[in-house]
Ligand binder design. Sequence first.
Ligand code: PRX
Length: 629
Amino acid sequence: MAESFAVKLEEKRYLPDPQCRTNAWVPDYSQAYGEFMRDPEGFWENVARELVWFEPWDRVREWNYPYAKWFVNGKLNITASCLDRHVAAGRKEKPAIVWHGESGEKRILTYEALQREVMRFANGLKSLGVGKGDRVCIYMPLVPEQIVAMLACARIGAVHSVVFGGFGPDALAMRINDAGAKVLVTADVGYRRGKTVPLREIANEAIRHTPSVERVVVLRRESPGAGLDPAREVDYAALTGEAAPDCPPEVMDSEDPLFILYTSGSTGAPKGIVHTCGGYMVGTYYTARHDFDIKETDVFWCTADPGWITGHSYIVYGPLAVGTTVVIAEGTPDYPDPGAYWRLVQDLGVTIFYTAPTAIRMFMRYGDEWPAKYDLSTLRVLGSVGEPLNPEAFEWYYRTIGGERCPIVDTWWQTETGMHMITTMVGEPMKPGFAGKPIPGAVVDVVDRTGKPVPPGTGGFLVIREPWPAMLRTVHGNDERYCAYWKTIPGCYTTGDLAVKDEDGYIMVLGRADDLIVVAGHNIGTAEVESALVSHDAVAEAAVIGKPDPLKGNVIKAFVTLRVGVSPGDGLTDDLARHVRKSLGPVAVPAEIEFMDRLPKTRSGKIMRRVLKARELGMDPGDISTLEE
Ligand code: PRX
């Protein structure tokens, strides 16, 4: 890890329309933050009271470092807050999900319809023998059924593990095996750029290596529908068609697991981040409502896939707990043309738009003429997530998309945090390049290696000092890796990011301190790509680094040594790329592969990626005293 270091900060401020502030749920950030700091438990308790509980909690928080419990002994089911309470209280006819397909198809599920679909699928899962605590893997395209499947698991207390539909068979199999999933829910295909993505085929390849999977539910979208293997496969439509429409919510303890979601670790296999029911519900509800300032008439579009934490927290659980209308769209932002997103904003009257810097930079490159074709005047709040929103992209987003009218909430958080931790609340002055301040509810700091705060203008490690409701509770099957988050820097949760604060307490996130690469908003572990490369016959060793890229934020560069007797002859680069794509999916394919005679290593044999990175970027490699030669 790097030491603290000086950072030159250039500051520009944007003041949103004073009306934004007057009308916001949080009209005065400092006051709200002060209230939270004076009584953190009272603060969260008030939020929790807005949601549905079957039995109240005894204590708001129990902190037994590094283990936290929230809303101790409270009983709930998150779907009662996301569905039942809205159906009962006047939002029955309100669209919950508005789905848009690549070729213009549209489907709307009202809160009542969504509740019904969830209950049917929940009963369907039960009929397959799925019960409380069982794990269900969901490997689906971005269709309403993906969300239905997640909520159906939650309804019956099964733990879902959603795997992004862009992952390949090995990545899927590894995640299924780690979670020990009993049922896999998939679809025949996804649609992307006018082509089909053969999800069922990939799933079939994966489950050859996953003994825990008993049944596979297949949503058939193509016609004629593919023939299913009756011994293992179940048709989604038949399963829900036969199921009873009523399924009362399972009573869950606050601390029962809600889901596992895999995130790339810097070493070894991906980590199954475990989130629980009560605290996660309260944290995502509060941040969805307050950070995006969601009001009753808003139409909220988060462009992520539910396969990532952004989708879990801000497509599914947070917005639905608030009771808003959520837009989802299958496909890519520039298909059939680079105006696709803006057309949808116009046609659906989107008011809050939440996307990633990589998409913003891509739109910027296509030019202003695309958004100019559409009426974007319904937009009211813009959001960003996944990597630093660089000032150029901020300004373009603010001017061209937001018409200099919409506040931008650049939200910093992680799979592990489950909810936003830093942003600039609607109505507060915005500083391009800075995510903002800790949200009311989070205690965030920038510190040196010993946990001592560093002064403004000095870079250091971004940490969280106090437990928060939506925090991860453990790493599935590997609690030691959970503890490591809290033990790297004494007394703090280490985020793995480097950051710097300014005099006003605004935080600029500088990037990862360890070996994760954020490519086009997707978090890729160096270890997983390296192991995919090494699984190729020609490869002896591989080291992978992230290389800054104007469009994608980072691209993957791989350094490879070949087995003795193998030479980097014709087509090997392409062959390796194909190999990684097949194993991990297109998101993980290196943009560049360089063949080397040997890799720089420490004496203990650890590859020093940072030396490779320094060489690649023409930087000082820092301390190389542990280098082998
Ligand atoms: O490095 C930070 C970056 O993404 C990491 C978390 O990745 P993941 O768990 O995949 O979750 C992504 C969606 C929450 C962080 O450690 N990151 C996320 N949001 C921001 C960010 N970096 C800078 N600014 C952000 N707003």
